[in-house]
Design a protein around this ligand. Structure first.
Ligand code: PFF
Length: 455
C-alpha cells in the first residue's frame, strides 16, 4: 500500500436522500434527453429499448453494484481503490487509470453539448431559435456549432460553472446542488410530458416508442444499446467507485443501484413521451438523430400553444440534467489528484478544468476549424463519444466484473454487500455473484466483439 495517501477527514454524502440525489444526478443527464430519444428514433423504437433494457439488467446494473461496493469499501478514488483492495497486484489499478482517461474524453464532448444546451436556454428565451420551419431552426443550430468562438465560449462557461460547484466539496457542492435540482428536473419533465400527451399526435408517438421494429437491430445496434446502458448508469470508468466512496456504511448498495436504475429509466421514458408525440403531431421524422434536440424540438415546440415557454423549460431541464452528470465525471480526476497528490480541491479542480478546456476544444471545434481533422473517419467529437461509450466503458466494466467476481473473492463481496452482516440480503448477493461472474462478462465480451466486427 505504499504511495497511497489516505486523507484524514474525508468529505462524504451526509444523508440517504443525498446519496440517491447525487447518484441519480450522475445517471440522469444528456444521455436521457439527447442520446436516448435520438438513438431510439434511429434504431427501431421499442426494439432498441428492449435491447437497451436487457443490457442494463445483464451488464450495466451489475457493474454499478460492483463499483459502488468497491468504492464504499476502499473509501478511495477510482485508481487508489484497486491498490487498497488488492495491494498484491497493482496492475488492477489500470482500470482506474483508464477511468480517469475516460472521464477526460467524455467531458471533452459532453461539456460541448452541455454548452449548446445552456446557450439554447438564452436563445430560446429571446425567441432567436424558434420557428415552425425546421430549415430555420437548423440554420440557427448550424450557426452556433460552426462558430469556433461561440462553441469554445459556451464550453468554457460550462466548465467553470461545474468546476465552481466541485470546489465547494462533496457534501456542500455535489450533494447540496443535486438535492435541490433533481426534484425540479422531475417536475419540469412531467409538465412537458403531460403537455405533449395532450397533442393530437400523441397516439402515433407512443406507438413509435412502444412498438418494436426488430428489423433495425444489427450487431452494431446492440453494441450501441449496451454502450448506452453503460453511459446512462455512468459505469465502467470509476464514477460510481468514486461516488461509492462517499456512501455511508449503512447504505444498502444493491437497493440504491436498483432504485437509481429504475428512476433513470423512468426519466428516459418520460423524455421519450415528452418528445415523440410532439414530433409526430407536427409531421417531423423521429430519425433525426442527435439534431433532434436542437433542430426538431424548437421547431416542434414553437407550433404548440405556450410552446415558447415549454421550449425554454426543456433546455433548463437539459441543463439541470447535464450538470448533475458533469459533476460526477469531473469528480473522478479531482478526487484522484486530491487523494493521490494531496492537492487542495481548488488546485485539483483548476488543473482538471484547464486540461479539459484544452482537450475539449478539439471537440468544440469539430464542426468548424477542425472539421476536416478525422480519426478513424470520425471527427474528434464523434471519436471521443464512440471510444468512450462503445469501447472504454464496456471494457472497463468487463474488468471490474472480473476483478469482483474472480479476484477479490466471494467472501469479501458477501461481507461488503451485506454491510458486514447487518442486512439479510443473502439471495440478492447470490444473484449478483452469478451475474458478475458469468452473465455480465460473457454478455459484454460477445456484444463488444460482434459490435466491433471482430467475430
Ligand atoms: N449518465 C450520464 C448521462 O446519461 O448523461 C453520462 C455520464 C455521467 C457518463 C457520468 C459517464 C459518467 F461517468
Amino acid at each position: 500500500m505504499q504511495n497511497v495517501t489516505v486523507t484524514k477527514a474525508r468529505d462524504s454524502f451526509t444523508t440517504g436522500l443525498g446519496v440517491i440525489a447525487a447518484t441519480l444526478g450522475s445517471a440522469v443527464g444528456l444521455g436521457n434527453i439527447w442520446k436516448f430519444p435520438a438513438l431510439t428514433g434511429l434504431n427501431g423504437g421499442a426494439a432498441f429499448i428492449i435491447v437497451y433494457l436487457l443490457s442494463t439488467l445483464m451488464a450495466g446494473l451489475v457493474v454499478m453494484v460492483a463499483e459502488l461496493m468497491l468504492g464504499r469499501r476502499s473509501k478511495s478514488d477510482a485508481l487508489t481503490t484497486f491498490k487498497v483492495l488488492h495491494p498484491k497486484n497493482e496492475s488492477w489499478a489500470l482500470i482506474g487509470a483508464a477511468g480517469v482517461l475516460s472521464a477526460f474524453l467524455i467531458l471533452a464532448f459532453y461539456t460541448e453539448v452541455a454548452g449548446w444546451v445552456f446557450a439554447y436556454i438564452f436563445k430560446a428565451a429571446s425567441g432567436a431559435v424558434l420557428s415552425s420551419d425546421p430549415k430555420v431552426t437548423s440554420a440557427g443550430f448550424e450557426k452556433l456549432i460552426t462558430d469556433p468562438v461561440q462553441s469554445v465560449f459556451w464550453q468554457c462557461l460550462v466548465l467553470v460553472f461545474v468546476g465552481a460547484i466541485i470546489v465547494a466539496g462533496v457534501s456542500k457542492g455535489i450533494e447540496k446542488t443535486t438535492k435541490r435540482l433533481m426534484p425540479v428536473l422531475f417536475l419540469i419533465l412531467v409538465m412537458i410530458g403531460v403537455r405533449s400527451l395532450m397533442l393530437p399526435g400523441a397516439a402515433a408517438g407512443l406507438e413509435f416508442l412502444f412498438r418494436p421494429d426488430f428489423s433495425k437491430v444489427t450487431g452494431g445496434v446492440v453494441l450501441t444499446a449496451m454502450g448506452l446502458a453503460f453511459f446512462k448508469l455512468s459505469v465502467g470508468m470509476g464514477t460510481m467507485i468514486t461516488y461509492g466512496s462517499y456512501f455511508r456504511d449503512d447504505q444498502n448498495v444493491p437497493m440504491t443501484a436498483l432504485r437509481v436504475m429504475l428512476a433513470d429509466l423512468t426519466v428516459s421514458i418520460l423524455a421519450g413521451i415528452a418528445i415523440f408525440p410532439a414530433v409526430f403531431t407536427y409531421g417531423f421524422k423521429p430519425e433525426a438523430g442527435p439534431s433532434l434536440l436542437f433542430i426538431t424540438i424548437p421547431a416542434v415546440f414553437s407550433q404548440m400553444p405556450f410552446g415558447n415557454i415549454f421550449v425554454v423549460l426543456f433546455f433548463v431541464l437539459g441543463a439541470i440534467a447535464a450538470t448533475g452528470a458533469m459533476l460526477s465525471i469531473l469528480e473522478v480526476p479531482v478526487a484522484y489528484l486530491h487523494q493521490r497528490f494531496g492537492m487542495s480541491r481548488l488546485k485539483s479542480t483548476a488543473l482538471t478544468v484547464i486540461l479539459l478546456a484544452l482537450i475539449g476544444s478539439t471537440a468544440a471545434l469539430s464542426n468548424s476549424t477542425m472539421a476536416n481533422f478525422k480519426f478513424f473517419g470520425m471527427t474528434m467529437f464523434d471519436f471521443y463519444d464512440f471510444l468512450t461509450s462503445n469501447v472504454l466503458m464496456p471494457v472497463g466494466g468487463l474488468f471490474i466484473c472480473i476483478f469482483v467476481g474472480w479476484v477479490w473473492g466471494e467472501e469479501k463481496v458477501r461481507a461488503a454487500l451485506s454491510n458486514d452482516g447487518q442486512l439479510q440480503n443473502g439471495p440478492i448477493i447470490s444473484i449478483f455473484l452469478f451475474l458478475v461472474k458469468y452473465v455480465a462478462p460473457i454478455t459484454i465480451t460477445v456484444i463488444l466483439l460482434r459490435g466491433l466486427k471482430i467475430i
